[in-house]
Design a protein around this ligand. Structure first.
Ligand code: NAD
Length: 488
């Protein structure tokens, strides 16, 4: 599918490529350019927004193979199937869903007005906010950049995107393709590291969406607070998977294993650790190890198994395992062909038992293919374990008993949850995606994303005559009688 490129405005230039300017000055110039364009077109029609989304969709689909290659170059190896499924497919589905529902979400909504204020009427209008800033991470560098961009465009905004410096090939490709497809005053990509990120977060944007670590999320919110810029923060955390003794055992093992192997565990909604009934622990660990081996009979050159993004992160994950081992954890690496993984960028799927709270692996988000298995005695104990820790981005519960499912869903807090699965809630366009507390603030995807990037303006339409006319000084017997009826 090919969609015509929207025309560049006459005399358009590239303020961010003016090499001489400081990052802050270049970013400010980009923001000013988009602001001016927004002022010229503050409320794009549904048809215009749909054209933008069609263009974005064609950027993703027409160049999917280049994205597969760029992302793989960034990781060392990224499974092509993972890129096509978890990035291209999810992004394309998200854009199609926005296109399907845009008109309905843009419609002016009549709202209820209390009888006292008759015959006035009320409505909510969803207005574009203006210029939306998006700061995105490296782990799903396409999806986590372009779904926010699509959502911001659907809501009628202009977008500045700052992708991650840790996925430079993908960032450069997005910059090339988006700049070829859109005028810069509509969509502009600025590249750079934490210094550019910090300057970006200090801009007087109309909304800032950040996806990344909780640590940097705090800095982003602090910077945005200086300008009272509203934020959506999509952060991380330690997402538990709780397995009930009566859960379909094989299903639980297979799905937890899938969540840990996908992108080699470098997924914000990967199951971070598993809570399993004490009596089932040994059987669960054996079955999990067997499942890892079945999925990944070899590791080092296996194209289906994604590498760790860089040496720093590989060493970080290895360090978590070594710290746990040194403090008494039992470590089971699943390396079926006994390969030497040195220099391969791969980390073998690893199961930890006998973990305790003094180990770093039980505090830090693992973000790699390492799964601590924590035994529990009663379901209430498992719930208490989760509730004693920071609220996670996701929680997974394996059980088929509706009463217990309801109990776990109501007794725990997490950004989202899956029952009898992991991670797939993120792919549902009609489910808001976001964290709670340290795992995030606000949500997007589908309608919730449209709402996040729109201003819901309340409009109260008054008529010539109004009942409230009576409420004027000098107050007298009539208003006294009315107030007596209304408030006693
Ligand atoms: P990161 O925080 O290191 O980087 C993310 C982005 O922030 C990058 O573009 C980076 O350049 C930028 N940045 C760095 N310092 C900055 C600063 N001071 N001010 C502004 N921007 C700055 O995160 P990461 O390592 O790229 O991503 C991994 C983390 O992201 C994990 O914790 C993971 O759970 C989380 N994550 C969350 C979601 C979600 O949707 N909730 C999705 C993916 C990843």
């Amino acid at each position: 599918m090919t969609v015509a490129r929207p025309d560049l405005p006459a005399g358009s230039h590239d303020p961010v490529s003016a090499e001489s300017a400081s990052p802050a000055a270049r970013l400010q110039a980009a923001l000013d350019e988009q602001r001016a364009a927004f002022a010229r077109q503050p409320n794009p029609t549904a048809a215009e927004r749909d054209r933008w989304l069609a263009t974005l969709l064609s950027v993703v689909l027409d160049h999917k193979q280049r994205f597969v290659e760029a992302i793989s170059a960034d990781f060392g190896n990224r499974s092509a199937h993972e890129t096509l499924g978890a990035e291209v497919m999810v992004t394309a589905a998200g854009i199609r869903y926005l296109r399907q529902h845009l008109k309905e979400w843009m419609a002016v909504e009549p709202r209820h007005i209390s009888l006292l204020f008759a015959p006035a009427r009320g409505e909510v209008r969803y207005q574009p906010k203006g210029v939306i800033g998006v700061i995105s991470p490296w782990n799903y560098p396409l999806q986590l950049a372009l779904v926010p961009v699509a959502t911001a465009l659907a809501a009628g905004n202009r977008v500045l995107l700052k992708p991650s410096e840790l996925s430079p090939a993908t960032s450069a490709l997005m910059q090339e393709l988006l700049h070829a497809a859109f005028p810069r005053d509509l969509v502009q990509v600025v590249t750079g590291g934490p210094d550019v990120g910090a300057a970006f977060a200090g801009l007087k944007l109309d909304h800032l969406m950040y996806t990344g670590s909780t640590h940097v999320g705090r800095l982003v919110m602090l910077a945005a607070a200086q300008n009272l810029v509203p934020v959506t923060l999509e952060l991380g955390g330690k997402s538990p998977a709780i397995v009930h003794p009566d859960a379909p055992f094989k299903v639980a093992v297979e799905r937890v294993a899938f969540g840990k192997v996908l992108n080699a565990g470098q997924t914000c909604v990967a199951p971070d650790y598993a809570l399993v009934p004490r009596a089932m622990e040994a059987r669960f660990v054996d079955a999990l190890a067997a499942r890892f081996a079945e999925m990944l009979p070899t590791l080092a050159t296996n194209r289906d198994y994604t590498s760790i993004i860089n040496e720093r992160h590989r060493a970080r994950v290895a360090g978590l395992v070594e710290d746990a081992r040194a403090k008494g954890a039992r470590v089971r690496e699943v390396n079926p062909a006994s390969e030497d993984l040195t220099g391969s960028g791969k980390v073998a799927p690893t199961i930890l038992q006998g973990v305790s709270d003094d180990m770093e692996v039980m505090h830090e988000e693992i973000f790699g293919p390492v799964l601590p298995v924590v035994p529990y005695d009663t379901l209430d104990d498992a719930i208490a374990y989760v509730n004693a820790r920071p609220r996670p981005l996701a929680l997974y519960y394996f059980d088929t008993n509706a009463g217990r499912v309801d109990k776990v869903m109501s007794a725990t807090h997490s950004g989202g949850a899956c029952v009898n699965d992991v991670a797939l809630h993120v792919g549902q366009d009609d489910l808001p995606f976001g964290g709670i507390g340290p795992s995030g603030l606000g949500a997007y995807h589908g309608r919730e994303g449209f709402l996040a990037f729109s201003h819901a303006k309340s409009v109260f339409h008054q008529r010539r005559l109004r009942l409230t006319q009576l409420f004027n000084p000098p107050y007298g017997a009539t208003i006294d009688a009315i107030l007596k009826v209304l408030v006693g």
